[in-house]
Design a protein around this ligand. Structure first.
Ligand code: 0A1
Ligand code: ZN
Length: 886
C-alpha cells in the first residue's frame, strides 16, 4: 500500500497470519483500455473458506472508482471501509457464487508505476507486491490462487499488440477502430503474477524444442528502434531454459513465454506468469550501447525471472514475510547459472567474488543499521521496503549454506522433493528447509535443522573469531572458533547460528597440507577443531569460497596473508588475502593523525605487482585483486566515520598504485588488447576490465606529472572505440582523473548517444559519481537536474543522477556544509509526492547517519527530521526515516 497517509503507519505482523476467509477460484477480466479512463469488469467465482469463521468478504482496492457490484447477477449492498470493499449480505451456505465488480481507473495519472500505468504510450502492469488492488477489488494476497481469463479491448492503431498471461485464444476487430484479444492462463496463480501489456511494440520470436521434445515460442517485445538490442537477452533466455532442465530437471511449462521491456519501471524486472515485464536496462544490450556489466546483468536478470517460473510461480509464498522463499532461492539459482555460464574455475570465482562484494558493501551495512531485519522479517509497515539485499542476497547465502551442508546432489534431491510436495501451493520458508533436510536425513542440515532456521529469524551479521595453536609434540594444530552476533533493532540477544566454515591448511611456502581440507560446521558458541599430522605452524585458510555470510576475525600476520595471496588454491581466499592486506593499510591510515601519506608499503605494492604480472591468473581476477576495498566496506569497520578521511585515504592509495606500478599498468594495457569483434564472454570482458583499470591508473598518474601522452591516448581510444565498454572506460578514466579532455569527451558522448536512453543514464551517472574536487559535484548535479534530458519521473534517470550522487559518491555527498543532505531531503520529498517506492530507496542513503563524525552527523540528523515531519508522507518513506531516527 503506497497511498499517502498521515500519521504513524500500522505494522503488519507475521504472527498475525490467518488464512483467507474466502477463496477465489476463477477470475475473468475485461479491460476497455483508455489512458484517461480504463474500464475493468471483474467476474470472479468465489467460495467461503469452510475452515474459517463466517465473516464478511473484504476486498482490497486503491485509487479505484467503483461503478457496480453484482452477486450472482443481482445488485447487492456493500460498504467501503478505508481501502476495502466490504460485502456482508452474501448467499447463505457454502456454494460458490459469482461476484462481478465494475470499476474504472486512470492509468495515465498513475505515477507510482504500481497497478496499470502508461509509459511512452504503452500500457503496462506491475502487481507485486500489492499492485493488483489498483486494478480491481480483490483478495490481494499471495495465498489466494485462481485461474485467469482476460479480454483486452483497445484502439487498434495505437495499441496493435495486446498481451496477457497464458495463451492467446481469440482476437479480432471491433467497431470504431478498436480490436480485442482474449488470453487464457491455464495455471492457477496469485494476483501479483497477473500482467497485461498493450501498445505499439515489435517482437523477436524464437521457436524452441525442449530436451523432452515439447515445442515452445519465446518472444521479446520492445519498441521498434530497440529490436537490434534483443539478441543477447534471447540467447540468455534459451541458455537459462536449458540450464534449469539439466541442473534441476525443471522444464518450461508454457507454450508461449513472453518478455516485454519498458523504460519506466520501479525495479529490475518482474516474473509475471508467461509474461515477464522488464526494465529496458535488463533486456537491451548491443555492443555499441551496453557495457560488459550490462551484458552480464541482462544474462542474470533474464535467468532470474525465468527461474521464478518454478521458484516463485509454481510454488509461491504463503504471505509476504516469506518473500525470501522465492527471492533467496531464485538469486541462488541465478548465481549458480551465471557461474556455470562463466565456465573456468577462475571465472566462477570471479562471479563469486563479485557477489560477495555486493553482500559486504550493501547487505552487511543494512544488517548493522536501522533497517536491519531477518531474512524472514517479523513485521513491516510497507512490504515494498523489504525487497532488500537481506531478503535477496543474504537469503541466497542461506540457500547456498544448505547446499554446502547437504552437497550439490543432495541439494538437487531436496529441491525435487520440494516440488513433489508443494507444486501449486503457497508455502513458507520452513517448507523449503524441511524438504531439503528430509531428502538428506543424514546431513548436518537435518541434524541441526531448528537451529539452522535462526538464519531466517535473527538479523545481524555473525562474527567468527579465530585463534590457532600448533603443538609440535603431538604434531597437531588446534583451531578455536568462537561465534557471536551483535544486537539489532528489536533483537538484543542472539542464539548461536549453524555456520559452515570451509577450511584448509598451508605451509609457509604456500603448499597445501595434504588431507587438511574440510568443512567445519560451527554450531556451538565455541568449538575447537584438531588437525592431525601437522609438523610446523601452518597458515589456515578459512571460510573458503565465502562459505557463510559472516565476518571472520582471523589475526593472520601480513606475511601469512602474502603467502595466501600468492598461493591459496581457493581463488576466493586468494583475493580475500589481498583485500585484507589493503583493508588493514586503509584502516591504519584512516585512524592515524595528520595528513594522509602513502598508506601502502613496498611489500604490499610488490605483491600487487606480482598479481598484475602473473603469467596464468585471469585478467578479471587481477582487476578484482587490484581494486581497493569499497568506501562503505571500510566505513563498516569503524565506530565513527569521517567520509572525507576515508575518501582521502582511498585516493592516496589509488595514486600510489598509479605511480608505483606505472610500468606495469602500461604493460597490462598493451598486453590485454583484444583484436577481432566484440564478444561478451567472461574472458574477453576480464581483459577489457583490466585495460580499463590500467587506463584509469595511467590518467591518474598523468594528472600529477602533467604528461599529456596517456590522457591523449585515452581520448583517442574514447573516440575510436568499437564497443561501449572500451568507450565508457576511456571516458570514465578522463572524468575520474579530472583531465581537461573530460569535458570535451562528455559533450561528444552526449551528442552521439542523445537518443539512447540507457546510455544517457550512464552519462548522468558518470558525472554524479565523479570524484569530488573542492565540492564541485553537487553544483553539477543541481545543474543537471535542469538538463532537458533529465526526467525526474523516470526511475532509471532519477536513480542515475540523484541515486548515484546520494548512494554512490560518499565524498561528494557528505559535505561539511550539509548541502548534500539538504539536496537529499528535497529530492526525497519531491519524489515521494508521486512515486513513494523510488523515494523510499533514496531515503535509505542516510541509514548509517548515527555513525558519522561531526559535523556530518548533526547535519544529517536535521535533514532526516525535516523529512520525518513532512505532511503528507508515504508509508514507505515514513517507515525508512522513522527507523533511522529511532
Ligand atoms: N519479483 C521481482 C522483483 C520486483 C518486486 C517488486 C516490483 O514492484 C515494482 C517489481 C519487481 C524480482 O525478484 O525480480
Ligand atoms: Zn526475484
Amino acid at each position: 500500500m503506497t497511498a499517502l497517509r498521515d500519521g504513524a503507519a500500522r505494522l503488519i505482523r507475521r504472527e498475525d497470519y490467518c488464512p483467507p476467509a474466502y477463496w477465489i477460484d476463477t477470475v475473468d477480466l475485461t479491460f476497455d483500455l483508455d489512458p484517461a479512463k480504463t474500464r475493468v469488469l471483474n467476474r470472479m467465482r468465489v467460495r467461503r473458506n469452510p475452515d474459517q469463521p463466517r465473516q464478511p468478504l473484504r476486498l482490497d482496492g486503491e485509487d479505484l472508482t467503483l461503478a457496480r457490484v453484482l452477486v450472482n447477477g443481482a445488485g447487492t449492498s456493500f460498504r467501503i471501509d478505508g481501502a476495502q470493499l466490504v460485502l456482508e449480505n452474501l448467499p447463505e451456505g457454502d456454494e460458490p457464487f459469482e461476484l462481478e465488480i465494475f470499476t474504472t481507473c486512470a492509468p495515465e495519472k498513475n505515477t507510482q508505476l504500481m497497478g496499470l500505468y502508461v509509459s511512452q504510450g504503452t500500457f503496462y502492469t506491475q502487481c507485486e507486491a500489492e499492485g493488483f488492488r489498483r486494478i480491481t477489488y480483490f483478495l490481494d494476497r499471495p495465498d489466494v490462487m485462481a485461474t485467469y481469463s482476460v479480454t483486452l479491448r483497445a484502439d487498434k492503431a495505437r495499441y496493435p499488440v495486446l498481451l496477457s498471461n497464458g495463451n492467446l485464444v481469440e482476437a479480432g476487430d471491433l467497431e470504431g477502430g478498436r480490436h480485442y484479444a482474449r488470453w487464457v492462463d491455464p495455471h492457477r496463480k496469485p494476483c501479483y503474477l497477473f500482467a497485461l501489456v498493450a501498445g505499439n511494440l515489435v517482437c523477436r520470436s524464437q521457436p524452441i524444442r525442449s530436451r523432452s521434445g515439447t515445442d515452445h515460442l519465446l518472444q521479446i517485445y520492445v519498441r521498434a528502434a530497440d529490436l537490434d538490442k534483443t539478441e543477447h537477452a534471447m540467447h540468455s533466455l534459451m541458455a537459462a531454459i536449458a540450464w534449469d532442465e539439466t541442473r534441476f530437471g525443471l522444464p518450461l511449462d508454457l507454450e508461449r513465454f513472453m518478455i516485454v521491456a519498458t523504460s519506466d519501471f520501479n525495479m529490475g524486472a518482474m516474473e509475471n506468469k508467461g509474461l515477464n515485464i522488464f526494465n529496458t536496462k535488463y533486456i537491451l544490450a548491443h555492443p555499441a550501447t551496453a557495457t560488459d556489466t550490462d551484458f552480464a546483468n541482462v544474462e542474470s536478470v533474464v535467468a532470474h525471472e525465468y527461474f521464478h517460473n518454478w521458484t516463485g510461480n509454481r510454488v509461491t509464498c504463503r504471505d509476504w514475510f516469506q518473500l525470501s522463499l522465492k527471492e533467496g532461492l531464485t538469486v541462488f539459482r541465478d548465481q549458480e547459472f551465471s557461474m556455470d555460464m562463466a565456465g573456468s574455475p577462475s571465472a566462477r570465482a570471479v562471479k563469486r567474488i563479485e557477489d560477495v562484494r555486493v553482500l559486504r558493501t550493501a547487505q552487511f551495512p543494512e544488517d548493522a543499521g536501522p533497517m536491519a531485519h531477518p531474512v524472514r522479517p517479523d513485521q513491516y509497515a510497507e512490504i515494498n521496503n523489504f525487497y532488500t539485499v537481506t531478503v535477496y542476497e543474504k537469503g541466497a547465502e542461506v540457500v547456498r549454506m544448505m547446499q554446502t551442508l547437504v552437497g550439490r546432489e543432495g541439494f538437487t534431491r531436496g529441491l525435487k522433493l520440494y516440488f513433489e510436495r508443494h507444486d501449486g501451493q503457497a508455502v513458507t520458508c520452513d517448507d523449503l528447509v524441511q524438504a531439503i533436510a528430509d531428502a538428506n536425513p543424514d546431513s548436518p542440515l537435518a541434524r541441526l535443522q531448528p537451529q539452522f532456521m535462526r538464519w531466517y529469524a535473527q538479523a545481524g551479521t555473525p562474527r567468527v573469531q579465530i585463534s590457532g595453536q600448533h603443538d609440535p609434540a603431538t604434531r597437531t594444530y588446534t583451531l578455536s572458533l568462537h561465534q557471536s552476533c551483535p544486537p539489532t533493532p528489536g533483537q538484543p540477544h542472539k542464539e548461536p547460528f549453524v555456520i559452515p566454515v570451509a577450511a584448509a591448511l598451508f605451509d609457509h611456502e604456500g603448499r597445501l597440507l595434504p588431507g587438511s581440507e574440510r568443512l567445519i560446521v560451527l554450531h556451538e558458541p565455541h568449538t575447537e577443531v584438531v588437525f592431525p599430522d601437522v609438523d610446523s605452524p601452518p597458515i589456515a585458510s578459512l571460510l573458503r569460497g565465502f562459505s557463510a555470510p559472516v565476518i571472520l576475525e582471523h589475526p593472520l600476520s601480513d606475511d601469512e596473508l602474502l603467502v595466501l595471496l600468492a598461493h591459496d588454491t581457493d581463488p576466493f581466499n586468494r583475493w580475500e588475502a589481498g583485500q585484507q592486506l589493503l583493508l588493514r593499510r586503509a584502516l591504519a591510515a584512516v585512524r592515524a593523525e595528520g595528513p594522509v601519506h602513502a598508506p601502502l608499503d613496498a611489500a604490499t605494492l610488490q605483491a600487487l605487482r606480482a598479481v598484475l604480472r602473473h603469467p596464468t591468473l585471469d585478467a578479471a581476477f587481477k582487476e578484482l585483486a587490484l581494486t581497493l576495498p569499497a568506501h562503505t566496506y571500510i566505513a563498516e569497520q569503524l565506530d565513527e566515520v569521517d567520509p572525507q578521511r576515508i575518501h582521502a585515504v582511498r585516493e592516496a592509495m589509488r595514486t600510489q598504485l598509479a605511480h608505483a606500478l606505472h610500468e606495469d599498468w602500461i604493460w597490462a594495457y598493451e598486453a590485454h588488447q583484444d583484436s577481432g569483434g566484440y564478444r561478451p564472454d567472461a574472458a574477453a570482458a576480464g581483459r577489457r576490465a583490466l585495460t580499463g583499470m590500467a587506463l584509469h591508473m595511467l590518467c591518474l598518474a598523468a594528472r600529477d606529472s602533467g604528461n599529456p601522452v596517456w590522457p591523449g591516448k585515452t581520448y583517442q581510444r574514447f573516440k575510436d572505440a568499437t564497443n561501449m565498454t572500451d568507450r565508457y572506460q576511456a571516458l570514465s578514466a578522463l572524468v575520474s582523473a579530472g583531465h581537461e579532455l573530460a569535458e570535451r569527451a562528455l559533450a561528444l558522448f552526449h551528442e552521439r548517444f542523445r537518443h539512447e536512453e540507457l546510455v544517457l543514464d550512464k552519462w548522468f551517472a558518470l558525472q554524479a559519481g565523479a570524484p569530488d574536487r573542492g565540492g564541485d559535484i553537487l553544483p553539477r548535479v543541481q545543474a543537471l537536474l535542469q538538463h532537458p534530458d533529465f526526467h525526474l519521473r523516470n526511475p532509471n534517470r532519477a536513480r542515475s543522477l540523484i541515486g548515484t550522487y546520494c548512494h554512490a559518491n560518499p565524498a561528494a555527498f557528505h559535505r561539511a556544509d550539509g548541502a548534500g543532505y539538504a539536496f537529499w531531503r528535497d529530492r526525497v520529498l519531491e519524489i515521494d509526492a508521486f512515486n513513494p517506492q523510488v523515494a523510499a530507496r533514496l531515503a535509505r542513503a542516510l541509514d548509517r547517519w548515527k555513525k558519522l563524525a561531526e559535523p556530518y552527523r548533526s547535519q544529517a540528523h536535521a535533514a532526516l527530521r525535516v523529512v520525518a515531519a513532512h505532511e503528507p508522507l508515504s508509508t514507505d518513506v515514513r517507515e525508512v526515516v522513522s527507523r533511522a531516527l529511532a
